[in-house]
Design a protein around this ligand. Sequence first.
Ligand code: NDP
Length: 278
Amino acid sequence: MQFSITSTIKLNNGVEMPRFGLGVWRTPKGAETQNAVRWALEAGYRHIDTAKLYDNEEDVGLVVANGPVKREEVFITTKVWDTEQGYESTLRSCEDSLKRLRMDYVDLYMIHWPIPGLRGETWRALIKLYERGLCRAIGVSNYTIHHLKELLADTPIVPAVNQVEFNPFLYRKELQMFCRGQGIVVESYAPLSKGRKLDNPALISLAARLHKTPAQVLIRWALQHDLVVIPKSVHQERIQENAAVFDFELTPADMDFLDGLNEDFYTVPPERIAEKWD
Ligand code: NDP
């Protein structure tokens, strides 16, 4: 598969979403977020994933407004947080995010978590925001098959994306197959397992054979599984390293080997594993 740093995947409404981007969860607001986003744009990233929760939308917006590339060349995602779910509050939350981002629209607006009792109203608000042109696409995050079935039974608009924790140590094949069947793109968060599995010996030896780093192998695995992937780092050299994944390819045997590392390893705390949520 031939990918480049600007390769896109077509969403179900025709919008092109870059397959590769920078995540900024736990990237501290202020200089650290501004540096990370600037380094990423300079390294060729054209996709930034933030959220109301991350408390760094202002910094993302500042760099995109003054950065090396035009606003319309960067794909920006943000998300409505749990405490602002509900119809009116979600409308307000998106408008507030846009103000912080200094933008007229985001490329993708998401429900951050499938909060019981609020999902339906919140999704209706996203449809409204989409119709008003405040977001070019709408999606969900941390949705299981159960949550998606509930949504699909009651919506004129299918989510464009489901952003979930996904890497070889948490290989969610069934969820991906379900999403593919519905035309929903799966986006991998924690593609590096938040760094916690980078010392896995099997991963290290595969990476050494390929003359790549474990992080690069994990990112490449995600790309070759047709996932959108958004590794996070606050370090310039790692931001560059994570983007150096377009000059090699994992063989089918390498992919099978990595698939086999699955151990249902979640980095989110047990109480946030949405599989357990009604
Ligand atoms: P990642 O799997 O991207 O891992 C990030 C960690 O790995 C950081 O500790 C980082 O450290 C380290 N790291 C990055 N690059 C390298 C490298 N090349 N070598 C060694 N270590 C490295 O975890 P995230 O949870 O951040 O996931 C990515 C993004 O996904 C988030 O930033 C966010 O945008 C999104 N996300 C969405 C969630 C949701 O609920 N929708 C939940 C969680 C994440 P350092 O920064 O010090 O380099």
